[in-house]
Design a protein around this ligand. Sequence first.
Ligand code: 5GP
Ligand code: ZN
Length: 111
Amino acid sequence: MDTDCIFCKIAAGDLPAKKVYEDDQIMAFFDIHPKASVHLLVIPKKHIATLNDLNTTDSALISKLVLALPEIAKEQKLEGFRVVVNNGPGSGQIVYHLHFHILGGKQIPTF
Ligand code: 5GP
Ligand code: ZN
């Protein structure tokens, strides 16, 4: 855990979040500033700052997280959804704890 990281604090239960899924390794919760009618963030509980910081020992964790994305979207009754990962400087990443945005429902921004 990184003590300065808001997503580590959410993962530890030290900061509140509107959770929709949690197990021992991953968590999904609503984004506080939604950019679509359904906007979720899916995180590993382990502090990993960016995709660049992944290593092979994280393979099972990341596989599990990606496999959970459609299940979490299905729970929210989303037929289709967009997955976004902002990664590093210049990408729009603000929180340096790896997270996958799930955007769905109405108002999915186009790009
Ligand atoms: P990034 O720009 O790093 O890819 O996305 C960070 C996301 O985290 C933003 O969409 C922002 O609204 C969301 N966010 C930042 N702080 C909090 C928080 O304390 N709680 C929740 N639920 N979302 C947050
Ligand atoms: Zn963290």
